[in-house]
Design a protein around this ligand. Structure first.
Ligand SMILES: [Zn+2]
Length: 300
């Protein structure tokens, strides 16, 4: 009788251990998926790495000149008008063709955009608190499968109430290149609807999982009035950077860091741990954090 009891306890413990291990794998999986960098991302990285800073500067100059000639009110530089512009939050930055944000007029060019993908998993609230404490605006790109329950939706609402943007990252973290147009539409619009129900407004920004965009999705997103963005760099999905120190170091010293860079991070334990250091490091290098409210959503 005693033996059977012990055997029972032993089996129970074994089962609990196996269950834990499986859970661990489940949690780790999304990073692995994100780690399978899509063609687009590789292309992005290659573009950004290949371009030396002079090329980037030259391109910036060119873009800037083009934009300057487009600007109608070139003489609107008075303090009063500047203040007015801020209060209304008229766009001050646009996303250029190589994925960097550039000033439309006389905004500070030395900014970076902070984005947190695959949210809200386990660390989004804590990450939002860190960002808020260090006065760093950001976009949380959420997935519908993280908004299934009332509690999860509450978390998204809370992040939005803290002043952060909620972006669309598809319902199921779906690689859009692998599904029909109909399914792509569902992945994007279903999540838009849920986000609107939860925070009272439609998301303004879209990012495709793995950066795998399609012509169909690009048009749909544009028709919805959203801005599609990939990213300039991100490392927290790579095995070598899944810990605080290495991630802090690379995010602050990445070769792709430059004026207007779009920084990709995720709702992950190590990113959460590294976030204060990343923010401080970027500040020390003289970077300010771009307010997503100031981003132009449509190209004219
Ligand atoms: Zn993702």
């Amino acid at each position: 009788m005693k033996n059977i009891k012990f055997l029972g306890i032993f089996l129970l413990i074994s089962w609990a251990l196996v269950a834990c291990a499986e859970n661990g794998q489940e949690v780790a999986q999304p990073e692995e998926i994100e780690g399978q960098t899509g063609e687009e991302e590789k292309k992005n990285e290659a573009e950004n790495v290949d371009e030396d800073s002079e090329d980037i500067e030259a391109k910036e100059q060119e873009e800037q000149t083009k934009e300057d000639t487009k600007t109608e009110d070139d003489d609107s530089h008075s303090e009063e008008q500047k203040e007015e512009k801020k209060a209304k939050k008229e766009p001050e930055y646009f996303l250029n063709d190589v994925g960097y944000f550039k000033p439309i007029d006389d905004a500070n060019p030395k900014v970076v955009l902070l984005t947190i993908d695959d949210a809200p998993d386990e660390h989004a609230i804590e990450m939002a608190k860190t960002l808020k404490e260090l006065k760093a605006p950001a976009i949380f790109f959420v997935n519908g499968h993280f908004m299934d329950t009332k509690e999860e939706r509450k978390v998204v609402k809370q992040i939005h109430d803290m002043g952060f943007h909620i972006g669309n990252h598809t319902y199921n973290h779906q690689n859009l290149r692998e599904v029909s147009n109909k399914q792509q539409k569902k992945e994007i619009l279903k999540l838009n609807k849920i986000i609107e129900e939860v925070i009272g407004e439609k998301p303004k920004f879209f990012r495709a999982p793995h950066g795998a965009n399609t012509d169909y999705a690009e048009k749909l997103v544009k028709d919805e009035g959203m801005l599609l963005m990939n990213w300039s760099y991100g490392y927290d999905f790579m095995a070598d950077y899944m810990e605080k120190e290495a991630l802090e170091e690379i995010m602050v010293n990445a070769p792709q860091l430059g004026k207007g860079a779009n920084l990709l991070m995720h709702d992950r334990e190590w990113t959460n741990a590294a976030l204060p250091g990343i923010l401080e490091g970027l500040k020390e290098k003289g970077y300010d954090f771009l307010d997503p409210d100031l981003i132009q959503l449509t190209k004219e």
